[in-house]
Design a protein around this ligand. Structure first.
Ligand SMILES: [Zn+2]
Length: 133
């Protein structure tokens, strides 16, 4: 790797809360596989960061991967061998869809059940409301 490459790498590894106006990035999942199971070791921690309930994220994963999942303490167990990068990619998509405000890019949001089978992503920072699935 050349010097510029190293600089770029170092820059990317800076903690996400340095500087203001930085876009929120989904926390990385710590994934390990055990036999035919895939385990997300830091599941509860990650949920705290994105302020979502486990069942919302579990539902998303079970649907996306068509695989049963259950929470065991801090960890989430997915009952199939899954690729770590793919899991993180899907999780990033979840965060983009269900956590980050599409108007201001901040993660200070919550999901409001408006009934009629529809939900709204409500931003506490700018007040934007976006319908989500
Ligand atoms: Zn917003």
């Amino acid at each position: 790797m050349d010097y510029d490459g190293l600089l770029e790498k170092a820059h990317k590894e800076l903690p996400e809360d340095i500087g203001t106006g930085e876009r929120f990035e989904a926390p990385a999942l710590e994934v390990l596989t055990e036999g035919n199971k895939t385990i997300i070791r830091n599941f509860s921690q990650v949920l705290q960061k994105i302020r979502r309930k486990p069942e919302q994220v579990i539902k998303y994963f079970t649907k996306e991967f068509a695989v049963p999942a259950n929470q065991e303490g801090e960890r989430l167990i997915l009952h199939r061998k899954l690729n770590r990068d793919l899991l993180n990619k899907k999780f990033n998509e979840y965060v983009k869809l269900y956590v980050i405000c599409s108007q201001c890019g901040k993660p200070d949001t919550h999901i409001e059940d408006t009934g009629h089978r529809s939900k709204m992503l409500v931003c506490e920072a700018c007040g934007a409301r976006t319908s989500v699935k």
